[in-house]
Design a protein. Structure first.
Length: 68
């Protein structure tokens, strides 16, 4: 599946790369919310997808910190 490949890709990244991905995803979420508030967003499902990606990245960071 698409998410399995995404998660496998996240697991191979370093902590610095994960942090930069997390920052980029949070910025994207902010921009999507801004577009949604001004009625410029066509694909509102993208907000949910980005939120889940943020959670996935945070989970991988937590797992690496715990030493798994």
């Amino acid at each position: 599946m698409k998410t399995d490949k995404y998660i496998a890709d996240l697991r191979t990244k370093s902590d610095a790369e994960l942090s930069s991905d997390l920052t980029a995803a949070k910025k994207e979420l902010f921009n999507l919310r801004f577009q949604n508030a001004t009625n410029q967003l066509d694909n509102t499902g993208r907000i949910r997808e980005v939120r889940k990606n943020i959670a996935r990245i945070q989970t991988i960071i937590t797992e690496k910190a715990a030493g798994k």
